[in-house]
Structure formats: structure tokens, C-alpha cells
Write a protein that binds this ligand. Structure first.
Ligand SMILES: Cc1cc2nc3c(=O)[nH]c(=O)nc-3n(C[C@H](O)[C@H](O)[C@H](O)COP(=O)(O)OP(=O)(O)OC[C@H]3O[C@@H](n4cnc5c(N)ncnc54)[C@H](O)[C@@H]3O)c2cc1C
Length: 374
């Protein structure tokens, strides 16, 4: 293992680990530092919905990143399984999305992107899934998929190890070493300084303190999300209703998500109100023979940004520091496209998406309507 690798990645969530694996596959030597355990923050807590998309038909760079995820998750999952023996639970389970009449432009976005969908009646949706009370107009999305986050992270960690990535859990970054105003290393919590050809900041909701010394104060902030895992519901497709969703795992466990609580700050815990609200939602939407049995509940801190888009690309004012953080509600689905862009940037190739909308110094505009909100 080289003492000074080509790339040091700070943060071992789905963004840092996928980037590390893609870089290592491209022949780049990589070290990943995480101040905690690898893959135990937002990436572990998420529901793993991977909505459909078509990169070549995408209207925006963000849609293109999602489309790359939709298109490449099957082959990545197969590759990880072959390499590591770990199944990440990826499967194209399909979804029912319930839209309000105000959401007709969402359907236009799907149509423009050639996403397969079918408008159903409520009766037809009930014939597909055992539904209770639902609001809105049901649409069948056969291309929607899901991955099991803890399994996917386990597969990524094992794949990184196989590919020669040096993984350093329990060692955080405290700041930067500067020489003549140029970044020349990262100061680690161990007291050591590590130097590399390039640095990638993938520290999720905790990115601000590492960006400030580089002259940037983007609003990356934690947005707590809680999830309840219940038993006792049938059903096979993801159900999406605005920002709430139901994800049947296929083994009797059903995830009910999620709250969106920016006011909780960095307080990463479940609350009786949060989980109670999710269980009530599940009780209304699903049919249970004996009521939902809550088997587990957890929370995670999404890395929020003012316009919901990630920060992705070079850090202006530096020549060797890059950022991939702030993926908010979509870090798993955007992880493959993000890792592809990171690999292109760090191996001197033009990025496959336009990076201006993801620039650290962008002025966030009004939130554009997105094709998927869950
Ligand atoms: C309840 C919930 C449901 C979700 N559902 C979905 C979904 O269905 N589909 C989807 O695509 N996305 C979903 N998301 C969003 C997704 O999980 C996140 O966008 C994604 O996990 C962000 O990944 P990340 O690697 O940037 O952050 P994280 O996973 O938070 O990783 C950041 C890492 O950086 C480390 N770190 C922090 N500070 C330092 C430091 N100074 N030095 C070194 N390491 C540091 C942390 O320990 C952590 O491991 C959901 C999120 C939540 C919470």
C-alpha cells in the first residue's frame, strides 16, 4: 500500500465507497478514512429505493445521474456478488406511485425520459397490491428497483478490499495541511498527516467544517429521517406517496418511511411521534391481519442542500480537492453516477454530466419539479 496514494477519500458512506471502488477498478490507488465505522450513517439508514431512469433521455444533469444509477445498478450488483459473494438485495420490484392532480408535470417528465409507466384506477392498483386507504391517482412504474442498504454497503466494503483500497475506519479528518496556501495534506484525528495526489470530500452531512477552511460555506446540513420496519403486511411493490413510502423487502419485513426533520439538527435518534406517525400511515395504507408488528426502527441524517442537489466536482480555489456531498434524499440512486463522474474527473477524462448545477459556488435556484420525490 503506497504511503501517499493517488486519492484520499474522506467519508466511507455509499458515496465515498462507490467512488473508491470505481477508482480502484480504474487502476487508481485509494485510501478511505472514516471517523466512525464504514457505511453506518445515512447510507446504512436509507430505504434503498432506486427509481427508474434513462440517462440518454434525461432532461437535467441530476436526472442523468439518477438514470445512470437505474441503468447500471443491475450490472454493478452482479459484479459485486461475483467479486465478494455478497448479495446486495438489488431487485426490480416495481412501484406504485400515487400522484395528486397537481403532479401532472411529473408524468410529463416521465414521458419525456421514456420511463415506462401505466396509469391505473384505484381498483386496478388494489388488484396488484393489498391496499387500504389511498389518496391520489395510482401509476404503475415497473422499472422501479430497490437495494438493501446494509447488504449493499457490506458488498462495497468487501469489493473495495478486494480491489486494493486501504480502508481506515475510526480515523477522521480534522482539517487540512496548507503549504503556501495550497492543500498539501489532510490532518487526521490520529495526529498524522496524510498526503495524496487528490482528495475527495464525501463526508455527507458533516462536510461543512472541512469546506470552510477551503473558503466555502455551502449550506450542507443534516435532515433527519426515521424509518419503521414492520412485519405483518403483504405486498411486493414499493408504494410512493409524496415524501412517504413503503418498501416491502420480500422476506416479510416492510420498511415504512420516512420523516423529514431538518429541525432535529445532528440529533440522530428516533422519536415516539416520528415512528408513531409512520405506523399510523402504514395502518391506513396497508392491510394487516393482526396489526403491524414493529420489529425495528432507526434514523439517519441525510446530507441536505438548499436545492436538494449534491455538490459534485472540483472545489474552486484548490487544484486537488474534489467534493461529492449533499445528496439529500437520493444518495443511493445517485451513487453510481456520482462515482462515475468522480472517476472521470480524477483520471483526467471529461465528466459524463454537466457539473455547473452541482458547483459549490452555485446560487441555488427555486427547486425544479423532480421526477421522483421518495
Ligand atoms: C431515512 C432515510 C431514507 C433514505 N432513503 C433513500 C432511498 O430510498 N434512496 C436513495 O437513493 N437515498 C435515500 N436516502 C438518502 C441517502 O441515504 C443519502 O443521500 C446517502 O446515504 C448519502 O451518502 P453519503 O455517503 O454522502 O453520506 P453518509 O452515508 O452519511 O456517509 C458520510 C460518512 O462520512 C463520515 N464522516 C463524517 N465526518 C467525517 C470526517 N471529518 N472525517 C472522516 N469521515 C467523516 C461519516 O462517519 C459517514 O460514514 C435516505 C436517507 C435516509 C436517512
Amino acid at each position: 500500500m503506497p504511503a501517499s496514494p493517488d486519492v484520499v477519500i474522506l467519508g466511507g458512506g455509499v458515496i465515498g465507497l462507490t467512488s473508491a471502488y470505481f477508482l480502484a477498478r480504474a487502476g487508481v490507488s485509494v485510501h478511505v478514512y472514516d471517523r466512525g465505522d464504514l457505511g453506518r450513517e445515512a447510507s446504512w439508514a436509507g430505504a434503498g429505493i432506486v427509481p427508474p431512469g434513462h440517462p440518454d433521455r434525461a432532461a437535467t444533469p441530476a436526472d442523468r445521474l439518477r438514470g445512470i444509477g437505474s441503468a447500471r445498478f443491475p450490472e454493478l450488483s452482479a459484479e459485486l456478488r461475483t467479486l465478494t459473494g455478497v448479495d446486495n438485495g438489488y431487485r426490480r420490484c416495481g412501484a406504485l406511485e400515487f400522484l395528486s392532480p397537481d403532479d401532472s408535470d411529473v408524468v410529463d417528465l416521465w414521458r419525456a425520459e421514456a420511463i415506462a409507466f401505466e396509469r391505473l384506477t384505484v381498483a386496478e392498483s388494489r388488484a396488484l397490491e393489498p391496499l387500504g386507504t389511498v389518496e391520489g391517482e395510482p401509476y404503475l412504474l415497473p422499472g422501479c428497483a430497490q437495494v438493501r442498504n446494509p447488504w449493499h454497503l457490506r458488498a462495497l466494503i468487501a469489493a473495495c478490499e478486494r480491489a486494493g483500497v486501504a480502508l481506515r475506519p475510526g480515523v477522521g479528518a480534522d482539517g487540512w495541511e496548507f503549504t503556501d496556501a495550497r492543500v498539501t495534506g489532510v490532518r487526521l484525528s490520529s495526529g498524522a498527516v496524510v498526503r495524496a495526489g487528490n482528495y475527495l470530500l464525501a463526508t455527507g452531512a458533516w462536510s461543512k467544517p472541512l469546506l470552510q477552511p477551503l473558503g466555502h460555506t455551502p449550506h450542507v446540513y443534516p435532515v433527519r429521517g426515521q424509518i419503521a420496519a414492520v412485519r405483518g403486511a403483504a405486498g411486493s411493490r414499493v408504494l410512493m406517496m409524496g415524501k412517504r413510502y413503503i418498501v416491502p423487502r420480500g422476506d416479510g419485513l416492510t420498511l415504512i418511511g420516512s420523516t423529514e426533520e431538518p429541525e432535529a439538527g445532528f440529533e440522530n435518534r428516533t422519536t415516539p411521534e416520528g415512528i408513531g406517525g409512520l405506523v399510523a400511515f402504514a395502518q391506513a395504507v396497508l392491510r394487516f391481519a393482526n396489526g403491524p408488528i414493529v420489529e425495528a426502527s432507526w434514523s439517519g441524517l441525510r446530507p441536505g442542500s438548499p436545492d436538494g442537489l449534491p455538490y459534485l466536482g472540483p472545489v474552486p480555489g484548490t487544484d486537488r480537492v474534489f467534493v461529492a456531498a449533499g445528496h439529500f434524499r437520493a444518495g443511493v440512486q445517485l451513487s453510481v453516477g456520482t462515482a462515475q463522474v468522480v472517476t472521470e474527473l480524477l483520471t483526467g477524462r471529461p465528466p459524463c454530466v454537466e457539473l455547473r448545477p452541482f458547483a459549490l459556488d452555485r446560487r441555488p435556484g427555486a427547486n425544479a419539479k423532480t421526477a421522483f420525490r421518495s
